[in-house]
Design a protein around this ligand. Structure first.
Ligand code: KG4
Ligand code: ZN
Length: 341
């Protein structure tokens, strides 16, 4: 049984030998909408409210009772500290009471496994897992990771400022769109011309694996300042959304493919909320086809934060007798996570 409460989704899952028996996600998006971003204190309180109902629902959907649980896992970090604490304590307490092993899971490490869980009901298959290069792209993070083998990963680079999802959301705010703006921009962009306006593609050709999106956000701010009222026109708004999206997606795809080439991997994977973006999915597909890489994109419900990926990683760790990482272990470029026996 697994718990995920790192940000604004309360999620509880039950997994069994790679099969996701249940994956309950109580999203708080609406709660935070009026603030234009996640409010940590509200998130923690909402997790406390939703956690036990989600746990009951996960057991019910999996058709099991707690005596069948072999191990318990929870996201240990990174995330909002007060939010993390709710799922972590629930998981540790359950493991303590049941006298079962507990796994504190690194949130990003779990994202690396989510593209390998596919189908309905979802089933994990790690046959051709490694090596691969993985893009983790959400509202909080933009990371490129080299996955050498199971439980052996190296972060190649990350964003130096805003995450890609944050850039979508902040640009959306400037355009008067609701939070989170990523899915709205995706929808509006479908009607627009991605070449209508030329926005910068920060760091796209730098020989490193880092990202930066705050300059792009600022250039959209100046662009709008110089053209008051432009976003009130539906066609111009669609063109603007398509052009900003194209800049973000170009950077993500180019840097992911450059890392895949450098590390000579045959497979590229992607997960995190922004992986729901249709232009990103399309462009990764065509770039990987052209370069001869296999591509594995997390399926929609497993792109965003979920406890299924936490449980699946815990199962792999259980099988390999590996233990969790210390809570204060942060993720940074060059950070290396080797097998922890
Ligand atoms: O992984 P996630 O649910 O939560 C964390 O940030 O951890 O990702 C949410 C982010 C938000 O920034 C949201 O705007 C973005 O993912 N997002 C999208 C799309 N769907 C979600 N961005 C662009 N296009 C989408 N279709
Ligand atoms: Zn995440």
């Amino acid at each position: 049984m697994a718990f995920e409460t790192s940000c604004d989704e309360t999620s509880v899952a039950v997994v069994d030998r790679g099969r996701v028996l249940s994956n309950i996600v109580a999203s708080q998006t609406q709660l935070h909408e009026e603030y234009g971003g996640v409010v940590p204190e509200l998130a923690a309180r909402e997790h406390l409210r939703n956690l036990m109902p989600a746990a009951h629902a996960a057991l019910k959907a999996a058709r099991i009772t707690t005596d069948r649980i072999d191990a318990v896992a929870a996201t240990q970090g990174p995330g909002l500290p007060s939010a993390l604490m709710t799922g972590l304590r629930a998981g540790e307490t359950l493991a303590f009471v049941l006298r079962r092993p507990f796994f504190g899971i690194h949130h990003h490490e779990a994202h690396l496994y989510s593209p390998w869980i596919q189908g309905s009901p979802p089933q994990a298959n790690f046959d051709e897992f490694a090596p691969n290069v993985s893009l983790i792209v959400s509202g909080g993070h933009t990371l490129l990771v080299y996955v050498e083998a199971e439980l052996q990963h190296q972060v190649l680079g990350s964003t130096l400022d805003d995450a890609a999802g944050e850039c979508f959301d902040k640009v959306g705010k400037m355009l008067g769109l609701a939070y989170p703006a990523g899915p709205i921009i995706d929808r509006l962009a479908a009607q627009g011309n991605p070449r209508a306006f030329d926005f910068p593609r920060p760091m796209i050709s730098e020989p490193n694996h880092n990202f930066s999106f705050s300059g792009l956000k600022t250039s959209v701010r100046y662009f709008l300042r110089d053209r008051p009222g432009l976003a009130d026109d539906a066609k111009a708004l669609a063109d603007l959304c398509a052009s900003v999206q194209a800049a973000i997606v170009d950077v993500l795809v180019t840097k992911t493919l450059a890392a895949a080439k450098k590390f000579r991997v045959s497979c590229v994977t992607a997960s995190g909320g922004v992986t729901c973006n249709r232009a990103l999915r399309r462009q990764l597909e065509s770039a990987c086809t052209n370069a001869g890489h296999k591509l594995r994109l997390a399926q929609a419900e497993l792109c965003t934060d979920n406890a299924a990926m936490i449980g699946i990683l815990a199962e792999r760790m259980l099988a390999r007798k590996a233990t969790g990482i210390p809570l204060d272990e942060d993720i940074k470029p060059g950070w290396q996570l080797t097998t922890r026996h």
